[in-house]
Design a protein around this ligand. Structure first.
Ligand SMILES: *Cc1c(COP(=O)(O)O)cnc(C)c1O
Length: 347
């Protein structure tokens, strides 16, 4: 046991530590000297692992975090007069402190509505019908979050519908996949089916919430799109000199399908939490449980009581102002049982 053995919480899947396979991969990749900035054999191997996983000749880049990954991926399609369309409840819109516009000078974010965190096809069509003359920004990218900020899932056919419309208006399709692994686990399809086969041009595959210590992978499915990506990484401070350690973590996570096993586990724990909370009368579930999140409206005294006994979670997230409870790769059944028992205890 470490001297920092903190209690597990449902606050966020980025509160969890890093999984043993990733720690082992870091240890394995440490001895000796390797060339810096990604021209090393470990990084090449990790890029190949993504080609294998996605069953296509994709080009993958490893960056430190999701905000930069999204901003740089979107920006790689955009000029200064362009806009990116995304859901109102998306990380790009509400959790990136204007980074997309800061890192891509002039870029505008335009929000689109839709139920349960998903862009509605009709609303998307409406947004594209807007002004396209020289005086307005030109839509260039549509950004989807999968699983969404409200814990719901876009299935391959839903992505394909949006992507078809995007393509007919010359828009590129970006997916913020901070929880892409949870989305694949939930959709029960292949990573390819949930990305390029459905029309996705660039995917940010989240590692941090899937078991890495840190790091996200930016996966381009059309190689021409990414030719100048390394310059964007460098300018924004996202080009790791010891790239091998970002890359090696992925080798640990992708080997033996660990990424998917962990995501399935997190989703299963969320399902258990969801079904148990649904049985408590004072608890109101807010959105369908399709990933590793449960959104639930808990009475104010219950929230206070849970805090009193040491639980930490965000208690006012998204429409409906409910609690957001996130399960992680390391959440246990006992964690869920204890949380639910405490909800009952203070309810
Ligand atoms: C966590 C998260 C990210 C990544 O954010 P960083 O803190 O910048 O790594 C991106 N998108 C979504 C939907 C997230 O939940």
């Amino acid at each position: 046991m470490s001297s920092f053995d903190h209690r597990r919480q449902f606050a966020s899947d980025n509160n969890a530590g890093c999984c043993p396979e990733v720690l082992a991969a870091l240890r394995d990749s440490s001895p000796g000297h390797l060339v810096a900035y990604g021209s090393d054999a470990i990084t090449a191997k990790a890029k190949d692992a993504f080609r294998e996983l996605f069953e296509t000749d994709c080009e993958t880049y490893f960056v430190f975090n999701g905000t930069a990954a999204n901003s740089l991926a979107i920006g790689s399609f955009c000029s200064r007069h362009h806009s990116v369309l995304c859901h109102r409840h998306s990380h790009v819109e509400s959790d990136e402190c204007n980074a997309p516009g800061f890192l891509n000078q002039g870029l505008r974010i335009v929000t689109v509505e839709g139920a349960e965190g998903k862009i509605d096809l009709g609303n998307f069509q409406e947004a594209l019908r807007g002004r396209r003359d020289i005086h307005s920004s030109q839509p260039r990218v549509v950004s989807l979050t999968n699983t969404t900020e409200l814990g719901t899932l876009y299935r391959p056919n839903e992505i394909a519908e949006l992507a078809d419309l995007a393509r007919s208006h010359a828009l590129a399709v970006h997916v913020d996949g901070a929880r892409f692994a949870n989305a694949v686990a939930s959709a029960g399809c292949t990573p390819a089916e949930l990305s390029w086969k459905a029309g996705v041009d660039v995917l940010v595959f989240g590692g941090t919430k899937n078991g890495l210590a840190f790091g996200e992978a930016v996966v381009f499915f059309n190689n021409q799109d990414s030719s100048d990506f390394v310059y964007r990484m460098k300018q924004s401070g996202q080009l790791a000199s010891k790239m091998r350690f970002l890359a090696a973590q992925w080798l640990g996570l992708l080997s033996d399908g660990k990424w998917l096993a962990y995501a399935r586990h997190a989703n299963a724990m969320a399902e258990k939490l969801y079904s148990q909370l649904s049985q408590i009368q004072t608890v109101k579930i807010l959105f369908p449980r399709e990933g590793n999140a449960v959104f639930a409206k808990l009475p104010e005294p219950v929230v206070a009581g849970l805090y009193e006994v040491g639980w930490r979670f965000y208690s006012d997230v998204g429409p409906g102002g409910g609690a957001r409870l996130m399960c992680s790769w390391d959440t246990t059944e006992a964690d869920v049982d204890q949380f639910v028992a405490d909800v009952r205890g203070v309810a």
